[in-house]
Design a protein around this ligand. Sequence first.
Ligand SMILES: Cc1cc2nc3c(=O)[nH]c(=O)nc-3n(C[C@H](O)[C@H](O)[C@H](O)COP(=O)(O)OP(=O)(O)OC[C@H]3O[C@@H](n4cnc5c(N)ncnc54)[C@H](O)[C@@H]3O)c2cc1C
Length: 421
Amino acid sequence: MKTYLEPSRQIPIYAQKDVVVVGGGPAGLCAAIAAARCGADTLLIERFAYPGGTATASLMGNINGFRNQKKPDATQTVKGIAAEIIFALHRIGGLGDSPYEQEEYDIEKGELSYSYAVDTEKLKLVCLEMLIASEVQMLFHTMAVDVIKEGSELKGIIIENKSGRQAILAKVVVDASGDADVAARAGAPFWQVKKDEAPRMGDNLMYKICCPAAGKKDKLPGVKVGKTAIIWGPGGIVMNGCDAVELSAAEVEVRRRVYEHFDNMRSNTPALKDAIVVETAPMIGIRQTRFIEGEYKLTADDAISGARFTDVVAISSCPIIHYYGYRRYLEHEGYDIPYRCLLPLGVENLLVAGRCISSEQQPYESHRAMAPVMAIGHAAGVSAGLAVKQSVPPRKLDVRDVQRTLVAQGAELRLSEVSDS
Ligand SMILES: Cc1cc2nc3c(=O)[nH]c(=O)nc-3n(C[C@H](O)[C@H](O)[C@H](O)COP(=O)(O)OP(=O)(O)OC[C@H]3O[C@@H](n4cnc5c(N)ncnc54)[C@H](O)[C@@H]3O)c2cc1C
């Protein structure tokens, strides 16, 4: 490959913050809210024009994983900020019909079912209102493109946007980019399925249809909200979701295939006779890319046996949906996600949240669902906020403080009490 030696230059410092969260997806927006609620001066950086990540920018409007989809499902394993979002959507008529078979729990009693279909526009609004209420500063249309490091210590990030290239200094950075962009650029080790040599989860372009004649009780394919439904569209093309050339080629191909996909579906579904495509997702949905190597790597056995850890900061009870060739439901109420999975090896002042935490493929296919991802984000945000408050690096935090604060902020950790001993 030919190269060009980029000259060094002075760039403006856009901000100096306690906590910077990169990525406003399900994990990042919860992390930002949680850090700010801990009193940290918090900035959220997002490349799109709104929060929500895959839920909004890739139109994946079905939030799964508040409890096991099958029995045993008595424990609601995700609460906290993730649950607040669902309650807020419920209050403004922002929930639809989840396509997943599940036991329905009574939201009026404060209990959540396995999953919820959400109105993706109302989701943007609810998340924005919660970010504003928590006093998170937001910077949209902005990419984190590099890091500022001194030795192994992360001191901030470099951003690019319409205003140019700028620096942001931060005491703690939360990488919620989904792709572990910050961790990778900071030199933290990561793994990634690069070729189709191992089971991996592929991509889909989601699109939204409107069915003007659909009544409340009419069944529509996909994720139904009112007279609209979000459809799992064409995909299965992208091998490396961190390769811009591959992503561009995939966007061209899937967008050319949308109407063929829609017409095939419509010809087999009488309820869709007057349906039209109203929107394709701004970005093809990428399920997996990089996974950091952290202080602990969740294993298949952890997920299948329902491992419990003393440094639990979130729980996943979702099925492992692809790896075994069938939807493998968990035969327990959920496995713990330890704090160590959020701590990348070799880089200080950095926490990782969301789908790219330290994990093998099998548990990832469970905790990548948006409810556990939001719980992980909540935990990362609390940890970042406490690290700043206590002036210690995240790796040196006493995890019991994190657990206490998470429980105080409504999270479920299945700890009857977080003891001081
Ligand atoms: C096609 C598809 C179907 C799915 N189906 C379901 C389902 O039915 N139910 C369910 O619960 N989950 C589903 N998932 C999984 C779920 O959506 C993801 O695992 C989850 O959204 C991951 O959340 P995240 O916050 O870690 O990352 P993301 O949702 O990927 O969010 C990352 C955010 O970071 C931003 N970002 C990335 N890089 C940068 C950068 N360098 N600078 C600034 N911003 C950046 C992105 O724009 C994005 O907003 C699906 C995923 C896909 C792709």
